[in-house]
Write a protein of this length. Structure first.
Length: 54
């Protein structure tokens, strides 16, 4: 009986680790996209570009 509760515990921990990994992956993607936008803002020009930098 103890092995079942132990296995359930590891399943919950494993699920939490997968969710944590997904969160960090998503945040890394967001940081990368924002970095690309900022770099493009300073290196590319167009006629009707707003004055405000993102």
């Amino acid at each position: 009986m103890a092995s079942t509760s132990t296995q359930e515990h590891f399943d919950v921990v494993g699920r939490g680790l997968r969710e944590l990994g997904a969160f960090f992956g998503l945040s890394d993607t967001g940081i990368g996209v924002l970095s690309l936008i900022r770099r493009a803002w300073t290196t590319h020009r167009w006629d009707e570009r707003p004055n405000r930098c993102p």
